[in-house]
Design a protein around this ligand. Sequence first.
Ligand code: FES
Length: 72
Amino acid sequence: MIVCVCRGVSDREVRRAVAAGAACLETLERCGIGGDCRGCESMLRDMIVDIAGEENACRTCCAIEESALATA
Ligand code: FES
């Protein structure tokens, strides 16, 4: 499934990048994921929490709130 339409990035590619340590929107953007229209940011945030875990999710540039983490 394509997650980031602007960059043509699939959920598999996002999972691979996050699993490799890109648990942050800024880092994903440097990997060529997101950062254009930003329509995929919400899904990317959810995927970061799911894959990297709450303890590793970025709370600064990703603006992941404690309440969002509580629902993950
Ligand atoms: S859909 Fe990802 S930046 Fe536009």
